[in-house]
Design a protein around this ligand. Sequence first.
Ligand code: 5GP
Length: 203
Amino acid sequence: MNKKGLLIVISGPSGAGKGTICKELIYQQVPNLELSVSATTRNPRPGEIEGKSYFFKPKEQFVEMVNNNEFIEYATVYDNYYGTPRKYVVDKLEEGKDVILEIDVQGAMKVKKNTEGAVFVFILPPSMEELKNRITSRGTETLQDIDKRMHKAYDEVCCANNYDYVVVNDDVKSAAEKIKCILMAEKCRVNRAQIDFNSFKEV
Ligand code: 5GP
């Protein structure tokens, strides 16, 4: 009987709204759901909090963590390293908690290769124009960075076929609702339902 939690990988182009959807799920206090906090070598943006937004690490320390096999996956995204710390995720799954990873497409494909039983959700923006608007209006990226992110987004959208589900983020609340439905459906899968069918005897 599998009592472990479910690993949900939420991924898609930068600016599609993955982070906002995940925050909405945590804000709604979806029962039993935890969000993994990644480590990164990029600089904190205004308002970001150490240990909550990310674990901000100098490059040497990140590389040391890589060498110590402390990440489930890591990737270079826009010239910085990003990685999912293994211990937190493994511990939570063992406790029976469901864990969300909000990571880029390269990272998601690594998790897919190395992990069994995870669920992969691709977040799509309503259009590429809207994606550009969102990235631009954040005001945190230079024009050059925006171009890089848009270029990468075109490549990433082509990977959507490798995922189990796709959710178009035209409205954060309805996108979060869809993810809750996906979670619920996945928990009803026969191989995950944690039901002892032998206890159902003829009466
Ligand atoms: P940002 O710099 O905008 O916070 O994140 C840039 C990209 O890195 C986003 O697509 C985000 O999902 C991704 N990302 C964040 N954490 C991780 C991680 O641990 N692993 C990987 N592979 N990507 C991550």
